[in-house]
Design a protein around this ligand. Structure first.
Ligand SMILES: O=C(O)[C@H](O)[C@@H](O)[C@H](O)[C@H](O)COP(=O)(O)O
Length: 304
């Protein structure tokens, strides 16, 4: 099948390669001419035979919205757009409405697997009309892992369902990573455990907590047993926040995912204003000692 693919970064580049290995005709476009097969989005569209299918794989938010708008001008009735980035599901509903007015179909697809997807395949969660899903199935089949389709692919529901599912997947990812991370810190703090990497490695087989994330932690510890080449500073790109927001919207208790999200925020603080307030209050009511700020640390003083 022929596919236009917009965005050839870490994900899109490998997806083009996997699709080509499966025999698909992929025309890729990226602003970086070194990897692009087309000189512009218009050139990409011109290189495709109708009815066209174009997969978007650019950062969520403004870059995706802009690409959808441009494609809305360039594509024709009967064409299909698949949004494969990490968009918020509410953005998909707007994109679909905008394109539907022009007779252009829309699917949203949550894609999991990161840089490993080229070899392992990508877990896919799709939202949209069944007719469009069926039409793009050769592409989904090439991208998903080998094995039964239902173990690496889901048509989750209407437009938005794919990215809603991926959002929840990522919320779970936050919680799982946080649990492994806390276990790592506790093992490391212990006086009795002397070989932390070996313990974690031993968990890879037979245990209840074995998983791919655990395998990746073992991999990281193989090259840096104390993880001291890194700072404990963790970014987030939105999915965890949206998961917590949706948990609130649906009154679903999500204490683990929320705590994992907030742990990332805490990781970015050199010093915590909230904890300065706790120290100050403890000092106020109980006369408990405080650690004074040094001349270069923090802007506030806890007082005594
Ligand atoms: O399933 C995946 O392949 C990952 O979840 C992938 O989508 C990406 O690495 C995360 O979006 C990172 O998310 P944070 O930046 O929020 O950790």
């Amino acid at each position: 099948m022929q596919l236009g693919l917009v965005g050839l970064g870490k994900m899109g580049f490998n997806m083009r390669e996997r699709l080509r290995r499966a025999g698909h005709d992929v025309v890729g476009y990226d602003r970086n001419p070194d990897v692009s097969d087309a000189s512009s989005l218009a050139d990409l569209v011109a290189k495709l035979d109708g009815p066209r299918t174009v997969w978007i794989m650019v950062p969520a938010g403004a870059p995706t919205r802009q690409t959808v708008e441009e494609l809305g001008e360039l594509l024709s009735e009967g064409d299909l757009v698949i949004e494969g980035g990490n968009s918020r599901f509410t953005d998909d509903q707007e994109h679909a409405k905008f394109l539907a007015a022009k007779g252009i179909g829309y699917l949203d697809c949550g894609v999991s697997g990161g840089v490993w997807g080229l070899e392992n395949g990508y877990g896919l969660m799709v939202g949209g009309d069944k007719s469009n899903v069926d039409r793009a199935m050769p592409i989904f089949d090439a991208l998903r892992p080998e094995g039964p389709r239902e173990e690496g692919f889901a048509h989750a529901g209407a437009v938005g369902a794919g990215h809603f599912s991926k959002m929840v997947h990522n919320g779970i990812e936050y919680g799982l990573m946080q649990a492994y991370a806390e276990g790592f810190e506790l093992l490391d703090a212990s006086e009795v455990v002397t070989d932390v990497p070996s313990v974690i490695k031993a968990w890879q087989r037979g245990t209840v907590v074995r998983s791919w994330l655990l395998d990746l932690l073992v991999r990281a510890l193989d090259s840096d047993p104390e993880l001291d080449d890194l700072r404990g500073y963790v970014e987030d790109s939105g999915e965890g926040r949206w998961t917590v927001e949706e948990a609130i919207n649906h009154a679903v208790p999500a204490p683990v995912i929320s705590a994992a999200l907030f742990a990332r925020f805490a990781s970015r603080q050199e010093d915590s204003p909230a904890m300065r307030a706790v120290a100050a209050l403890r000092n106020q009511f109980g006369g408990h000692a405080v650690h004074k700020a040094g001349p270069t640390s923090g802007s506030g003083s806890t007082g005594s």
